[in-house]
Design a protein around this ligand. Structure first.
Ligand code: FES
Length: 375
């Protein structure tokens, strides 16, 4: 019987040559793809806002408690030997939920506590536009669960040196305001708070703010089931029947709550006061949405954006790998350079400089019939 031919070393050499050639080809291809102006990678690998998106921490939920009807408060802690990044009143955290959804929640604990963060979340059902994030916080973030957290970041900072501070909070909008009120109270500044909600039972931290207001009468609570809607103009001192002291000129007015409350405060703002808003959702356009088209210059494609869809959704139909996160104009992940067209900015994250040539495609739209993106 003939012995097998001694092919081992020859076959091994041939296999090595094939593998080496494939490796070199892959590397060359990757270099060519990376250099190609047509390759549809996101235009900006780093955020042009300069705000870090990648500072991520793994934190443990060490407390999950109900603090009002439909509201839970979470305490998040990391390695006790490593202080958590510092934050200032108005700052928020990005929580990366177990499903991958990313949601922003204002920090409402003590900024001096470097061992834990505290956030609170109201359950928002689908009927109110909820998309599952708050339900996940309520149901999946039990004590002992570890999650990824990014931030803190602050796009609602408390300015110093105002003649007075007037705060208006609606429902869960009290979360950033609570830390602000504590800070101005500790600093001995002149401040007032209008806190409104559907009912006292649905208003988190009510006892805390009433205690802070104390005998000085700095806090006015309006529960709609008891006394109807708040008279914001009267509170701000801009109404004809204002029975309360007006906000001082050069005072700062801070509002966090539903869109209607923001509009009421903006419409009754006393002259000389500065207005500072924290929105729950992106601002709507006064003109409504209209359809337009978007050219993806580097990809050589054009997509139609209907009135009822976002640029992000339309672009992702062509470029499914395109990065995004909050879909609310808060995180900056979907910021892309605009080469041509008039942008209808609907976020409050970008600076004026960034707005000149880039947009957040999850919320912003086009004022004209066509936009050209560097994608
Ligand atoms: S996805 Fe977060 S800003 Fe657009």
């Amino acid at each position: 019987m003939p012995l097998p031919r001694p092919l081992g070393s020859r076959a091994a050499r041939a296999a090595l040559v094939v593998a080496g050639t494939a490796l070199l080809t892959r590397r060359a291809l990757r270099r060519r793809i990376g250099a190609s102006p047509l390759w549809p990678l996101p235009a900006l690998e780093e955020p042009v806002s300069g705000q870090p998106r990648t500072r991520a921490l793994r934190l443990l939920v060490t407390r999950h408690e109900r603090v009002a009807d439909g509201v839970v408060q979470l305490r998040l802690e990391g390695d006790p030997s490593v202080p958590l990044p510092a934050w200032e009143p108005g700052a928020h955290l990005d929580l990366v939920l177990p499903s991958g959804l990313v949601r922003q929640y204002s920090l409402c604990g003590d900024p001096g506590d470097s061992s834990s963060y505290t956030v609170a979340t109201r359950l928002v059902g689908p009927g109110e536009g909820g998309r599952g994030g708050s339900r996940e916080v309520h149901e999946a973030l039990a004590e002992g669960v570890e999650i990824e957290v990014r931030g803190p970041r602050n796009r609602f900072p408390l300015i110093g040196g105002a003649a007075s501070y007037t705060f208006v909070a609606g429902g869960i909008g009290i979360t950033p305001v609570l830390a602000m009120v504590r800070a101005v109270d500790a600093a001995g500044a002149d401040w007032r708070l209008l806190y409104c909600g559907r009912s006292r039972a649905a208003m988190p931290f009510l006892e805390d703010v009433e205690k802070l207001g104390g005998a000085a009468g700095r806090v006015r609570v309006v529960a709609e089931d008891e006394s109807g809607r708040p008279d914001v103009a009267a509170f701000l001192g801009a109404g004809e029947e204002a029975g309360e002291e007006a906000a001082a000129p050069a005072g700062a007015v801070y509002v966090c709550g539903p869109e209607g409350l923001m509009d009421a405060v903006a419409g009754a703002l006393p002259a000389g006061c500065s207005l500072h808003l924290e929105r729950f959702a992106p601002a709507a356009s006064a003109g409504g949405d209209s359809a337009f088209e978007v050219e993806l210059r580097r990809s050589g494609r054009t997509v139609a954006v209907d009135a009822g869809t976002t640029v992000l959704a339309a672009v992702r139909a062509e470029l499914p790998g395109l990065a995004y996160s909050c879909e609310q104009g808060f995180c900056g992940t979907c910021q892309h350079r605009v080469l041509e067209g008039e942008i209808d900015h609907r976020d409050e994250l970008l600076t004026d400089g960034e707005r000149a040539d880039s947009m957040l495609i999850c919320v912003s739209r086009s004022l004209g019939p066509r936009l050209v993106l560097d994608l």
